[in-house]
Design a protein around this ligand. Sequence first.
Ligand code: FAD
Ligand code: DLZ
Ligand code: SF4
Length: 522
Amino acid sequence: MPPSRTAAAGPALIVVLGDQLSLGLASLRAADKARDVVLMAEVADEASYVRHHKKKIAFLFAAMRHFAAELEAAGWTVRYVRLDDKKNGGSFTSEVKRAAREIKASGIVVTEPGEWRVAEMIRTWEGESGLPVRVLPDDRFLCARGEFAAWAAGRKSLRMEFFYREMRRKTGLLMDGEEPEGGRWNFDAENRKPAKADLFIPKPLRFQPDNITRDVLDLVGKRFNNHFGDLEPFWFGVTRADAEKQLRHFLKTGLAQFGDYQDAMLLSEPFLYHSILSLYINAGLLDPLDVCRRVEKEYRAGRVPLNAAEGFIRQIIGWREYVRGIYWLKMPEYVEQNFLGATRPIPDFYWTGETDMACLGAAIGQTKREAYAHHIQRLMVTGNFALLAGIDPKQVHEWYLAVYADAYEWVELPNTLGMSQFADGGLLGSKPYAASGNYINRMSDYCGSCRYDVKKRTGAGACPFNALYWDFLDRNAGKLAGNPRMTQMYATWRKFSKADQDAVRQDAKAFLDGLSPWDGEE
Ligand code: FAD
Ligand code: DLZ
Ligand code: SF4
């Protein structure tokens, strides 16, 4: 139901945000197609509050324009504000006020946004417009915010694994009656294989930009030229139909191997067996539950193994839902957390990609080109380095929010600040994801082409991850040595000779002192 109104009242203004591109959106379901007006707006404030990757802005604007056309074709009246429209006031609030006034709206309806910042903005709309504002729950997620808060209440530990089991039971996905399919909830132990470049590895589909997308590419090229990343070649899908094609392509060519090689990294294969679906799911072009049901169907039909189907479904109904729950449970304080007291500015090479550490060069170079890196690159290369080097977690968060096409704060922040930087002191993970060069060498082919020697801990040419790893443990012993999951690592560190410990400290300090902080210019 739209806001209450009399027979003579004007239409409701239905605000659809850039990541709400779903035909079944709660606010559209609540609207009267014959009478209400949908507002979608490209606004400068949203495009520039962090320096979003050019491809991310282009993807979202092109997807928004195509979605508006899809709504119009389905009979909706859509008021679409382009970034370069002369009267565009540059913010959600200015555009909502202007539209409400011009259409003589009787009220405003919006589905709850993905970000705290935008939720705070929406709170002001009633005062700004003088109209009633209805905010509807975003039921594209499986677990409502209140449901997550109820699950979390009174628990000592909010581990994802227990939440995930609830979601399996709730959806019935991969269940065998009351029991998990295959007798276990989690088959991760089977998902740790390194990959070899001679495997057959599928490539994500590449979509040709149509005229609508070409217009957006011209606009982004002109207006956001100083933002991070390459705009072209632009090959992302921008419609529901494109996203559906990529989903089918993944089910057919990638899913079966997804589990086995989930943690692997290869120089020549940025996408490996990953789905490249997060940008479509997060923008609303694919429904997460539908994606999971289709994955289960592949397993039930005997076309993919259980470790692949379970691993994939866990990422969506487990991790994705869980991080969203944590975000809304803990914001706004969450973004300020800095458990390890890390204060070093982010090094310039995160923005320039210029580093002679081959692993970081590969992950950041690929991020610049594609606005994409897979989970282990984000967690164990760029994230691990920032953690070991003691980079300010807020700066790390702003980097991740800007550079990936799938990044919205509700999903990016808990992954970065919590999982990757341990800045929440262990809410998301029981120990920091800290690793030396040995892990990267085991899971990738990066080290072979690096000027550093991954086998060397200290001295000329030693892999920087090695001294940094031990120095990280040493620097943070007061906070981490009591962690039962780190006992083994601290025991090893204590066995180092005094001279070896000093060499680690000295090399780490020299390396960290040599980092150039980013000065705002690429
Ligand atoms: P696949 O590997 O094919 O996984 C399938 C799907 O599972 C993804 O499409 C995604 O919807 C979901 N998924 C997987 N892992 C996670 C996770 N940890 N949290 C939430 N959903 C997950 N994901 C984002 O969607 N947006 C972000 O801004 C984001 N920032 C991250 C920052 C850091 C530091 C880290 C470590 C992870 C981040 N992730 C983020 C999670 C994950 O890296 C991406 O979802 C994944 O790489 C997207 O690529 P894909 O679609 O090929 O995923
Ligand atoms: C990320 C983004 C960008 C770059 N631009 C817009 C925009 O112009 N219009 C819009 O409606 N949404 C945009 N977004 C997404 C929002 O910043 C925000 O992340 C979501 O609305 C979630 O609250
Ligand atoms: Fe990265 Fe060290 Fe391997 Fe070089 S040797 S690629 S810096 S892990």
